[in-house]
Ligand binder design. Structure first.
Ligand code: G3P
Ligand code: CA
Length: 392
């Protein structure tokens, strides 16, 4: 959870010091991290079709270039493309009248100026979202026309003061606006603009009559991104959302995996006792591979941290997921000390940049296929270093 990120549901359980290692076991060899292994898998730049044609490691701009611009704005997405990111991420939540908009969560208190709008003061409310009690303003209580009167702002101004320069510059984009923008940018730049689209709180919204998947599938079809080789990934922390999407469209699906001890909210609601620890076993990964093409694990599931917050020994997750034909897009890389493993922090200022390249090198050496990053330019340089090193 980023500083300033309001509490979101149980999947945010902090992984114990050796939690992921205990679940997954430590890996001694790193065969999947070599260029030869990538070649053997048929991935890498220009190899294969659809998502297999993307450069590996793939750099996914997390909420756009959110290290430099307020997240989930057209400014953030455009800057990510300008920096060279291979894929741009959107998180989706619905409005009261059923439009899909790009926000990390339905609670828009921290990322918009809604609190400064007296006409919406009475909309402030307390509700339970995926078992967590939240007080604020929520997208499902606003029409799209109402939401469009708000302006986006930086989520963590205490850490990213420079980004506050852009507060108020952009509105909340709809997903349809992003699809149109991606088409235009694709034409202008002469290449596909890849998107990585997450359904947020799908079970919760379905219970309100605002199911996300059908709406998303309709838009994907309208803009020709519903095929297996379309330039899009669909992701969710709730496996049933990816299963539902797989019945509606052929676009590649990615199951997100939070801390090993956490339980997807749809499992909680359905009485399914499995936790993420069960999903990262070979049997769990095989189950995921029956309907999805990838996983998006928290970085701690790839390399656990020890009790002091330093990186430990990689788990077997990369090897085990690749054995099932799944790609891995872990989250989230950020340059600031406060988000880096303890052994890669520099100095005592939590908002200062640490040895981000050092941390990225360790993660990329595990053989992951891509990484979500708030700082895609940094991740791209690290990916280039990694590729040069492995090609010798
Ligand atoms: O979707 C990948 C990553 O963004 C998951 O974390 O909470 O930032 O959506 P979150
Ligand atoms: Ca996301």
């Amino acid at each position: 959870m980023t500083q300033g990120e309001r509490r979101t549901p149980a999947r945010r359980t902090v992984l114990g010091a050796a939690g992921a290692a205990a679940v997954l076991g430590a890996s001694t060899a790193l065969p999947t991290g070599t260029a030869q292994a990538a070649e053997a898998r048929g991935d890498g730049h220009g190899r294969g079709h659809g998502y297999r044609s993307l450069p590996v490691p793939t750099v996914i701009a997390h909420r756009g270039a959110s290290g430099y611009r307020p997240e989930h704005t057209l400014g953030s997405y455009r800057h990510a493309l300008d920096l060279g990111a291979h894929v741009i991420e959107q998180d989706l939540v619905p409005t009261r009248d059923g439009h899909l908009v790009c926000r990390h969560e339905n609670d828009i208190t921290g990322t918009t100026d809604v609190a400064d709008h007296p006409e919406f003061a009475s909309r402030k409310t307390t509700k339970s979202v995926d078992g967590t009690t939240l007080t604020g303003w929520f997208t499902e209580d606003f029409t799209l026309a109402e939401l469009k009167t708000l302006r986006a702002k930086e989520r963590i101004p205490g850490t990213r003061q420079e980004n506050t320069l852009y507060d108020g510059r952009w509105t909340i984009p709809t997903f349809e606006e992003v699809l149109r923008w991606a088409e235009e940018e694709g034409r202008r730049r002469g290449r596909d603009v890849w998107l990585h689209v997450e359904t947020k709180h799908p079970t919760y919204f379905r219970s309100l009559g605002l199911g996300l998947e059908e709406r998303l599938a309709k838009l994907l079809r309208r803009y020709g991104r519903h095929r297996a080789n379309s330039p899009v990934f669909l992701q969710s922390f709730e496996p049933s959302s990816i299963q539902r999407l797989a019945k509606l469209v052929d676009s590649p699906g990615v199951v997100l995996l939070s801390a090993a001890s956490s339980r997807p909210w749809d499992f909680v609601q359905a009485g399914d006792p499995r936790t993420v620890a069960d999903l990262v076993t070979p049997a769990g990964l095989s189950w995921i591979a029956s309907y999805a093409q990838g996983i998006g694990p928290t970085l701690d599931l790839v390399i656990p941290k020890d009790a002091t917050g330093r990186l430990g020994t990689p788990t077997t997750l990369v090897r085990d997921a690749h054995a099932e034909g799944l790609v891995l897009h872990p989250y989230t890389h950020r340059n600031e000390n406060s988000f880096l493993p303890a052994d890669f922090r520099r100095g005592t200022d939590p908002t200062a940049y640490g040895d981000s390249f050092g941390a990225l090198k360790r993660y990329l050496e595990t053989g992951i296929d891509g990484i979500f990053s708030d700082n895609p330019d940094t991740a791209l340089l690290a990916a280039a270093d990694f590729t040069a090193a492995t090609r010798g």
